[in-house]
Design a binder for this molecule. Structure first.
Ligand code: LMR
Length: 396
């Protein structure tokens, strides 16, 4: 049987990271996958995480299974971090999931099973794994425009028009809560309010992919979408990730947070989501959730974590402007200053697929085919190499 299995193309992000590892050139840069790196090119374990792990080593007394929905102490903290007091606690079901992708897949499995024939609306462009996750759960994929023709700014009117014309009752509307992946272009507060009003009018179910809380403008500032949606919608879902803001990539820790219109509806919702989890990975791994809960439970560790998160955010902001300055100094024909308006780990550079290929083949600089650059992979050590390579690429 296996001899006849046809090959499928490598993943557009993880596949490039694999290719990067195999590349034996001395000078190479991996600006593909969204993983934070410090000035030394290292993905650090945060000090707050190390302290929480030490505490756990000393106090943990069992490696027994968690419940299907995960660690209770984590539920409360995940809810507070995302929703705060926007929604009363008794309407909120939290499921600890293996990363943000796990949350998306559980949401998709639940929606596919509970509402046969549902459709999900994704932005164009979006994270390349979104369509596959929903298609795997049997959900039809529709798309709404996001960027203007210049590829640099949001075309809010086009986005609203598509949703107004195409959105139907029961359709799922996937939104990037902050730090839109791949563009880094976000809605303003008032645009979130207009969009939430429209999606509620259309009877759509918002599903907020919230993988970068704290990487845009701040933990609270990045909740603008949630604030607007919770005013207009009685029910919605959030897929959170703690990979980036806690640096817990390999621990695979995320959360699916489902808001029900009332406490009684939450019970049935939970039972259905439990079924989606049980027939997938049964129950989640414990360690990442225990770390997040320990940090958020302790005023001291929480303050330290928030400080480390602010430092990561600040480094990305300054790296982005260092790159823009470096291109100006080189008198590049392309004005990259639009990058300064983007939020989060990624910059949508506007480089064409041909330029992206050239950078990889000729300079060992790996960026995603869409032109998305992981800004956190640039540092004082490689900025000049990168800027020189991009300058050459813009001339081909
Ligand atoms: C990314 O977009 O690079 C991250 O979300 C990591 C991933 O799994 O693709």
């Amino acid at each position: 049987m296996f001899e006849n299995v046809a090959s499928v193309p490598p993943d557009p992000i993880l596949g490039l990271s694999e290719a990067f590892k195999k590349d034996d050139r001395a000078e190479k840069m991996n600006l593909t996958i969204g993983v934070y790196q410090d000035d030394q090119g290292v993905t650090p374990i945060l000090a707050a995480v190390q302290k929480a792990e030490k505490q756990l080593c000393e106090t943990e007394n069992s490696k027994g299974y968690l419940g299907i929905d995960g660690l209770p102490a984590f539920h409360q903290r995940a809810r507070e971090l995302t929703l705060g007091d926007l929604v009363s606690e008794d309407r909120v079901a939290v499921f600890q999931t293996p990363g943000g992708t796990g949350a998306l897949r559980v949401a998709a499995d639940f929606l596919g099973a509970a509402f046969g024939g549902s459709r999900v609306w994704l932005s164009t462009p979006t994270w390349p794994n979104h369509p596959a996750v929903f298609a795997s759960a049997g959900i039809a994929v529709e798309s709404y425009p996001y960027l203007a023709a210049d590829g640099k700014s949001l075309d809010f009117q086009a986005m609203m028009d598509a949703i107004e014309t195409g959105g139907k009752v029961g359709d799922v509307l996937l939104l990037h809560g902050c730090c839109h992946n791949p563009t880094g272009v976000d809605l303003t507060e008032s645009q979130w309010e207009d969009l939430a009003e429209l999606s509620a009018q259309r009877g759509m179910l918002p599903l907020i992919d919230f993988a970068y809380q704290g990487f845009g403008c701040g933990l609270d500032e990045d909740r603008a979408a949630l604030k607007a949606i919770s005013v207009q919608h009685e029910e919605f879902m959030i897929c959170s990730s703690y990979s980036k803001n806690f640096g817990l990539y390999g621990e695979r820790i995320g959360a699916l947070i489902a808001v029900a219109p009332e406490a009684s509806a939450k019970v049935n919702l939970q039972s259905n989501i439990k079924r989606a989890v049980r027939c997938n990975y049964s129950n989640p791994p414990k360690h990442g959730a225990a770390i997040v809960a320990a940090i958020l439970d302790s005023a001291e560790l929480r303050a330290e974590w928030e400080d480390e998160l602010s430092q990561m955010r600040a480094r990305i902001h300054s790296t982005r402007s260092d790159f823009v300055d470096a291109m100006k100094q080189r008198d590049c024909d392309v004005d990259f200053s639009f990058l300064l308006q983007q939020n989060g780990m990624f910059s949508f550079s506007g480089l064409t697929p041909m330029q992206v290929d050239w950078l990889k083949n000729e300079r060992g600089v790996y960026i995603v085919g869409s032109g998305r650059i992981n800004v956190a992979g640039i540092s004082a050590r490689n900025l000049d190499y990168f800027a020189d390579a991009v300058l050459e690429a813009t001339k081909i």
